[in-house]
Design a protein around this ligand. Structure first.
Ligand code: FES
Length: 87
């Protein structure tokens, strides 16, 4: 499990191993656009402000993954304990 902090509210949300960040955000009635839920389309991409992600999507290039500027909440996870997302 890891944590996601929402930059807008400061809220910290626990992401259990069996749920995606997107699923947890939708359960909290957050308005996050998404489509494929498989890391293909890029619709869900959000800006990453802090933390080290474990990118699992395939729409970003390796260079984009290495820059850690964006994060795909439908599939990607975290290597660090916490990610701060610009939502
Ligand atoms: Fe398609 Fe996340 S919803 S990449």
């Amino acid at each position: 499990a890891f944590e996601v902090q929402l930059a807008s509210s400061g809220e910290v949300i626990e992401i259990p191993a069996d749920k995606s960040v997107l699923e947890v955000l939708l359960e909290k009635d957050m308005d996050v656009p998404f489509s494929c839920e498989e890391g293909v389309c890029g619709t869900c991409a959000v800006r990453l402000l802090e933390g080290e992600p474990d990118h699992r999507d395939v729409f970003m290039t390796p260079a984009e993954h290495a820059s850690n500027e964006e994060f795909a909440p439908c599939c990607s996870r975290a290597k660090s304990k916490r990610l701060v997302l610009d939502i």
